[in-house]
Ligand binder design. Structure first.
Ligand code: SAH
Length: 333
């Protein structure tokens, strides 16, 4: 729902401003039509239905993985592709993976999104409408900004959306913004915005290797970024999640585990999440399972808490780094 447009429409219809809030409350609880909004006068509901779509996004395609993960491909009003994912876990967790941009202007070498053409930043409403789509299907309780795009290049809209997610049932402490290390963004959320969590996509423990696989590292160097993440941790009193993709023969040696541990010590600022590589049809192979486990053990031995991420939705290209809104999917839909 374009919330600005809703407000204007209400004003044009001579409606009191609390009506906008009523509509939002219904949407946040999963309503999919004005018709359901029973505390609005019937004629107003009809007028709204005529003037406004319930979502800024059209669903083009939905895919369901064997593990219960569900991916939706949307199009914005100006035909930009956007993907979002719902992950269902046995313990009842329902986690949304949302996009902040259509495509991504950065060119991380292992990520499918970086290979598609960059479209534009998404609006606050376009971000929320991804979440509302899944909210209509079932209750949701976690969000990660790990879909398409770099959230910190669109921080105003991402933070505005984060402010509203609690009304959908997603507490700020259950919302995580993941960044490539966009320094001004990390600095901003250290002192500004809701108390959401921070994840840093590190993927290498030194500048030389990091620049090779993530060109953005030439803009904001690793040490500056890690220092900023430490500062965030200090001010926000929450550990920073470090994401570390496991690429066979590239960044998975015991020496690099050692270097990573050195970089992250003292130990209580960070939690490392080792990510099995999801194929994106590119030059890399994922590290073997045993290599990942050894790497994890090497970190743990040095006092760095590390876990291995459960891969979800790989069969439907919904896993991390696989969101690319394949041109053929858009065309077929
Ligand atoms: N731009 C932000 C958020 C989107 S990516 C960021 O980079 O943090 C979310 C996570 O998926 C990042 O950690 C990213 O590095 C990781 N990722 C990218 N490509 C991947 C792949 N092929 N397999 C597994 N994870 C990948």
């Amino acid at each position: 729902m374009d919330l600005a447009q809703l407000e204007t429409t209400m004003a044009e219809l001579g409606q009191p401003s609390y009506r906008t809030g009523q509509v939002w409350e219904w949407l946040a609880r999963g309503a999919d039509s004005f018709d359901q909004m029973s505390n609005l006068p019937a004629d107003l509901r009809a007028q709204l239905a005529e003037k406004l779509p319930v979502s800024t996004l059209e669903v083009e395609n939905s895919a369901l993985s064997v593990d219960g993960t569900e991916k939706a491909l949307f199009l914005t009003a100006d035909q930009r592709p956007v993907e979002a994912v719902l992950m269902r876990y046995r313990d009842g967790r329902r986690s949304l993976c949302l996009s902040s941009q259509s495509g991504c202007p950065l060119t991380c070498t292992f990520c499918a999104t970086g290979k598609m053409k960059f479209g534009r930043n998404l609006t606050e409403s376009e971000i929320l409408d991804q979440a509302l789509h899944f909210r209509r299907i079932e209750d949701v309780n976690h969000t990660v900004f790990m879909g398409m795009g770099e959230p910190m290049m669109n921080l105003d809209n991402v933070l505005a959306a984060c402010e509203k997610l609690p009304e959908l049932g997603i507490a700020n402490s259950h919302t995580t913004i993941s960044t490539v290390g966009w320094l001004p963004g990390i600095q901003r959320v250290t002192t500004e915005g809701p108390a959401v969590r921070l994840a840093l996509s590190l993927h290498a423990p030194n500048d030389q290797l990091r620049s090779k696989i993530m060109p953005v590292n030439d803009k904001y160097s690793m040490n500056e970024v890690v220092d900023a993440a430490r500062e965030w941790r200090h001010v926000r009193k929450r550990k920073v999640f470090i994401e570390y993709l496991m690429l066979d023969g590239v960044n998975d040696s015991p020496e690099l585990a050692h270097e990573l541990a050195e970089l992250l010590l003292p130990k209580n600022d960070f939690k490392v999440n080792l990510i099995p590589y999801n194929p994106t049809g590119e030059e890399y192979q994922g590290s073997p399972r045993q290599t990942i486990e050894n790497f994890r053990q090497n970190l743990m031995k040095r006092g760095i808490h590390a876990t291995v991420r459960l891969t979800r939705g790989r069969d439907i290209d919904a896993a991390c780094g696989q969101l690319a809104a394949k041109a053929n999917e858009v065309a077929e839909a």
